[in-house]
Ligand binder design. Sequence first.
Ligand SMILES: [Zn+2]
Length: 434
Amino acid sequence: MNSNYKHAQNLIDFIYESPSPYHVVKNVKASLLNNGFSELNLTEKWNIEKGEKYFVCQNDTSLFAFIVGTGEIEENGFKIIAAHSDAPTFKIKPSPEISVEDNYIKFNTETYGSPILNTWFDRPLSIAGRVSVKGGNILKPETYLVNINQPIVVIPNLPIHLNRTVNDGIALNKQVDMLPVTTVINGEINNDLLLVSKISEEINVPVEDILEVDLNLYDFTKGSIIGLNNEFISSGKLDDLAMVHAGMSAIIEAPASKSTNVLAIFDNEEVGSRSKQGAGSPILKDILKRIVIVQNKQEEDNQRAIYNSFMVSADMAHALHPNHPDKHDPVTRPVINGGPVIKIEGNQKYTTDSDSGAVFQMICKKAAIPYQKFVNRSDMQGGGTLGNVSAGQLAIRSVDVGNPMWAMHSIRETSGVDDHTYITKAFKSFYEIN
Ligand SMILES: [Zn+2]
């Protein structure tokens, strides 16, 4: 087994163990703690030292890790990699049990972000997320992470005999077509409390103490490495857990540098980043400022630090599609395993400009890895990402990059085994710059 294969397999394990954004943060946190990072709390006073490693979490779904630079922060600034913990899915609505003619129970859900709906049919699915239960302090409910870890629901397709035009393309209704079924009614269970009873068993807390849940569906089937020569990674949520995993591996492996290395993992990118744990909030700006101020520096030092900083906004990119090459720009056509993609858009949906793009090219050259570029066809609109949202809060030089992949927002996406190692090397080499 070569090392690229092993690193890709580690990514697949990481995604499998991270069925919700809460579990992403839990797993990143565990790896950081195992590698010499200490946890700080946003609500408590900070004491930090040069060369030491720390992280903070917000809402259990966003995480900010940093290694305090050994230089002067106002001169050396921050080197930031940003990625996101969330992915398109379905969220469980309150009192979700819906009886179907007293025969089946299905769960009421709403879509989160923009999943490719038809990829969710006929798959063993499970449920994971966070549960808030009654605690001693009204303002601070106790929280538990839950992963039911059994395939307890499925969203069945209609058979082709009842849906003859299905292969011509049909409109799917999120409230009608996409509800997952969980059981056949057998008369012995309390159908109205089915899910909360299951959660109560999982976390060992009485049903009446469970106040709120934030639960999502996930593909129960683990990802795998596929292709004639084991060149592809097939998994859910490569967007953007591949970048979370690469950023985490890089910040763990890179030594302290003169500038302060930061890994920012935001939640809610898939729904526009406008939440207290999203890239549209002041959270990163607040944390960076705090890192400066607690080193006995002034506001002007903070501003100098920001203007001496550089950010890599890391989110996955579209690879040339084998069945639809016409969907891509005629010239700039990134391919899987061709290396990280620098994403460019004149209208600034991506933050890359000639300055920041040049920086990333030099980083790739230093790491001895290939790189590619992406632009949209001029008659097609791409998606936005973290960098341009974050730029509304922080005027930092920034580049948008990501690994090339197929089927973004499918329940099962495909990326490249070698690319995962390439971009991890690029991130490590970025953190190593002195
Ligand atoms: Zn993304």
